[in-house]
Design a protein around this ligand. Structure first.
Ligand code: A2P
Length: 341
């Protein structure tokens, strides 16, 4: 059966991409209800050649326009306030924000890793989409953990501006423009804590009591919840002047010694993972190459020089798609499969 879909945050970076991905992955869509703030009322979004008028997100909008699935990507406080109205109207909420992710009864799902957790959606009516950096990492960790039993992960991220939405991408472009106008020193950042152009910022989100950032702790807690395992994880999250793909240098410590050839074979077969790893020919994934795709790319797969139980690799994925819209649509596909069983 075709589904009636609401997109909360339809004018945002993830909202717009959701429409593209629903179309590309051939999701059975009956209609689209694009929702945003009052300032966007009057604008339109297009899906399969049909225009839909953006409506204001209100407490009653779901009652007045019954839907089957509501994708939320308008920020945590919007989900906190409005998700319940979508659930009360009978819809399932697929939430992109961090608001519900760590709630015990809310499944946190990457369909390539823990699709079975979706069955608990009825407890709250909400399924949470993980943090963008977590999604691409667990897609790589899961198959290797199954084969070699993972003990610990150390990761450094190189995160694109798109993680801060359209405003983040806009701010990076403007900062670069001011560099070419010889005015970078006058640039005043609004979205990022410092100027991002020609810079790196080792802070994403706020600092917590243990001096890790909230983004770094998301990678710890969410990875453990998705893999159902008390894995040791330590992350350093860095914002870099890239538009829309996150990169990660991942070091994995296993219980057993690693056969690198076998690890490569496992990753080649892993769902939604593409291996590009040919160092002699300078082949490895990079952000410009992975933008606008639905897969997670892996390269630079290599054994540790000292310890055969340690493996290192490089992982890149489109933040707006893999890290948000594509994962959300794949959750919706699995949810629909389960519901129709
Ligand atoms: P609007 O454009 O009307 O402000 P991004 O992640 O790219 O910054 O996009 C955020 C999305 O969330 C936009 O579609 C934005 O709509 C929407 N949004 C932000 N705050 C609210 C709100 N209070 N109510 C409804 N939609 C909101």
């Amino acid at each position: 059966k075709k589904q009636k879909i609401a997109i909360v945050g339809a004018t945002g970076a993830v909202g717009e991409e959701l429409l593209n991905v629903l179309d590309e992955l051939d999701f059975p869509v009956e209609s689209i209800l694009p929702l945003a703030s009052a300032k966007s009322v009057g604008s339109e979004v297009e899906f399969k050649g049909k225009a839909y008028k953006v409506k204001e997100l209100t407490e009653n909008v779901f009652k007045e326009n019954p839907i089957d699935i509501a994708f939320f990507s308008a920020g945590g406080s919007v989900s906190e306030k409005y998700a319940k109205f979508a659930v009360e109207s009978g819809a399932v909420v697929i939430d992109n924000t961090s608001h519900f992710r760590m709630e015990k009864d809310v499944p946190l799902v990457v369909p390539e890793c823990n699709p079975e957790d979706i069955k608990d959606w009825k407890k709250t009516g909400i399924i949470a989409n993980p943090n963008c950096s977590t999604i691409q990492m667990v897609q790589v960790l899961k198959p290797l953990n199954d084969a070699f039993n993972l003990k610990r992960v150390d990761v450094s991220t190189y995160q694109a501006a798109s993680g801060a939405g359209k405003e983040g991408m806009q701010e990076l472009v403007e900062a670069m423009q001011s560099f070419f106008a010889f005015k970078l020193d006058e640039f005043e950042p609004q979205t990022f804590p410092y100027t991002l152009a020609l810079n790196l910022i080792p802070q994403i989100d706020v600092f917590m009591d243990n001096d890790y950032t909230k983004e770094e702790l998301k990678m710890v807690n969410e990875t453990q919840k998705i893999l159902h395992k008390n894995l040791e994880v330590s992350a350093t999250c860095v914002r870099v002047p890239v538009l829309r793909s996150h990169s990660e240098a991942i070091t994995m410590h296993f219980e057993k010694e690693i056969d690198v050839k076998k690890a490569k074979e496992i990753l080649k077969k892993a769902p939604s993972v593409i291996v590009i790893d040919d160092p002699k020919n300078k082949k490895y994934p990079m952000p410009l190459m992975t933008s606008d795709t639905n897969e997670t790319y892996v390269g630079r797969i290599r054994a540790d020089v000292y310890d055969k139980k340690i493996l290192h690799l490089w992982c890149v994925a489109d933040q707006i798609r893999v890290g948000a819209a594509t994962n959300a649509v794949r959750i919706a596909q699995k949810w629909l499969e389960l519901k129709n069983k």
